[in-house]
Design a protein around this ligand. Structure first.
Ligand SMILES: [Zn+2]
Ligand SMILES: [Zn+2]
Length: 254
């Protein structure tokens, strides 16, 4: 793999390893581009601390650490500093304010919930509600429509357990949107490695029918996820199996 734009850090409370270890793992693995996209903080208008994302006060250290590593390893790898965030319109102004003054290179959209925590459930939990699935797809499309996000992470994150017909209709709608807007579907290495509901072969079958391209996102929560060959090969094999041309790098980040 040439590039990976989906890398987390310990700041999100569920990833492990020092920032430097991720960089060195990526270099050892032959990556030329490494994008950090840790779970972006939200500034909640109520007393709440999320246990799955960095806190607002950690943004400073995130940029300080990665900016220093970017410089130190400039001859070996190109490092980008970004975030993975949900699209939650009512909280975006506060998020922008928090990040203003920081040189964010890009964001990717990861719609882990369709609204703010803790009032909206994680979309990866099994759910047979047709309305909830449609709301998820709507929110992904609305998020991508803003132009705020470089790509949509784990598009089939929503763990729909209802009818195949409804699944196909909704995810065809999402794939069509992505295709029409020149956006790849992410093959999510973490999900593939762990046998999660995403990235499913059924979903990739829909992406093939629609004619999508794909991008492999390691969704690395440990440095070894950048070096373990088997899951990487598995993701590449999936792209080949479903005839999805792989996007090697994101344009327009410099
Ligand atoms: Zn995570
Ligand atoms: Zn995610």
């Amino acid at each position: 793999m040439f590039a990976n734009y989906h890398t987390h850090t310990f700041r999100c409370h569920h990833a492990k390893g020092e920032d430097r270890e991720f960089v060195e793992a990526a270099i050892a693995s032959g990556f030329k581009v490494l994008g950090f996209a840790d779970h972006c903080p939200w500034v909640y208008p109520y007393a709440y601390v999320s246990d799955c994302r960095m806190e607002p006060r950690e943004v400073e250290g995130y940029f300080r650490s990665l900016t220093a590593l970017r410089k130190e390893y400039a001859d070996d790898i190109k490092i980008y500093i970004g975030f993975e965030a949900e699209y939650i319109p009512e909280l975006i102004d506060a998020q922008d304010k928090l990040l203003s003054g920081y040189p964010t290179d890009y964001m990717i959209l990861g719609q882990h919930s369709v609204g703010a925590e803790p009032y909206h459930p994680y979309t990866g939990v099994p759910d047979d509600s047709e309305a909830a699935l449609a709301a998820y797809v709507d929110s992904c499309i609305a998020g991508m429509e803003t132009g705020r996000y470089a790509y949509l992470a784990h598009p089939d994150l929503f763990n729909f357990t209802g009818s195949r017909k409804v699944y196909d209709r909704e995810f065809t709608r999402l794939c069509r949107y992505l295709k029409e807007h020149g956006q790849p579907v992410e093959i999510n290495l973490l999900g593939v490695r762990d046998g999660r509901n995403y990235t499913s072969e059924h979903f990739l079958g829909i992406a093939r029918k629609v004619g999508c391209s794909a991008i492999i996102g390691c969704d690395a929560h440990t440095p070894s996820m950048l070096t373990d060959r088997e899951p990487i090969e598995k993701c590449i094999a999936l792209a080949e199996k479903f005839g999805l041309p792989l996007v090697e790098r994101l344009e327009g980040l410099d």
